[in-house]
Each structure stands twice: as structure tokens, then as C-alpha cells.
Ligand binder design. Sequence first.
Ligand SMILES: [Zn+2]
Length: 226
Amino acid sequence: MYFDSTLILLLPGLILGLWAQAKVKSAYEKYSQVPTQWGVPASAAVQELLRQQGVDDIAITPVGGELTDHFDPKTDTLRLSEGVYGSSSVAAVGIAAHEAGHALQKKENYPFLALRTYLVPAVNIGSNLAWPIFFLGLLFSWEPLMTAGIACFALAVLFSLITLPVEFDASRRAMAMLSSSGYLTQEEENGVRSVLTAAAMTYVASFISVLMQLIRLISISNRRRR
Ligand SMILES: [Zn+2]
């Protein structure tokens, strides 16, 4: 951690992030207690939703941890966390449907998902190297190295930006699948929407957080130049 007055730039992202996480937690806690009238576990529900969309080649498996649900586009596997997989709650069905939304994105070659998947290796390397490279540049007051560090970090910001349409679109697809299936009541659909909206806010918070970190790196390097 590098300490100076620009540290204050990180505050908005931090506060928004904590707020969004609290929102997700409370929405999840509330709606994981509310069973759907449909009554089937999320793993079976999501299989049925995908079947209605003509998709039947997605593997659905449980994965450890809480809220670790994700779709793996490389293996066409939808992994549902333990609390979601076997649960028929409004929250579980909503989260599973969101992941099914990602599966549909892949089927339809949704460009932002492809771009995000393509960027993952570069972003992993870039975001790990960004600070060390930048810090060395700062230490030796060598501008090209600072710029290289900033460029690495900009990759992470780009990734976070591309994640926004991917996540919003997956939730939109989830809501559309659930509505057209006719399995949920209006009230249950509203519950799903509040869980997914809260989850989407965490991605907005992450984006603001990395964007502010980028601005901070730029302002530190500008000050050095003067
Ligand atoms: Zn998602």
C-alpha cells in the first residue's frame, strides 16, 4: 500500500462497494427464506429454463462456498453454490437464472462476453504487475516504467467496464426467461429482481473502485513529473 493524500480518491469506491455488498447480503438473506410456489430446486429450475430456450447441453454442478455461482464458458458448465443448487427459494432460482443468462450469452455469441473471456489472461497478468511496475518507476523516477504500470492497470479498468454490460444483460435474460416460463408469481419475480439488482450494484462499485485507482496512479505520476 502506498500512502499519500491521493488515497482519498479510493474512498467513494470503497464506500459504494461496502454498501452494495450489504445490499446483496440483505436481499439474499431475505429471499433465500422465501420459497417459490414452483417448488423445484434451482439446479432443476435452471435446467428447465434453458430447455425452454432450446439449450440442453449445459452441465449443472454444485460448487463450494457462498455466492460462488458462475458460468464457465470454456467447459459450458454452470456451477451453483451449495446454498443455491438444492434450494427452491426465490433468491436461489434468481441467481441460477442469472448464470443461465450467461450460458445464453455464449450460445448467442454475445460480443461482450466473448471479449471478456478473451481478455481474462491478459488482465490477470496486467493487474498483478501494474503496482510493482508502477512503484519501481516511482522509486527510480523513471517515467516509461510508471506509464507501463498505468497501462497495465488500465487493462483491469477496461475489463471491469466490459463486465458491466455482460452482467446487466445476463440479469435481463434471467428475468425474460423467468417471465416467459410462467413458473413464478409476480411477487416472486419482484424478489428475483431485487436480488439481481443488488448483485449488479457490486459490479458498478468494482468498476468505480478500479477507475479511481487508475486516476490515483495517474495523479501520482503527474505530481512526480512536475
Ligand atoms: Zn453474472
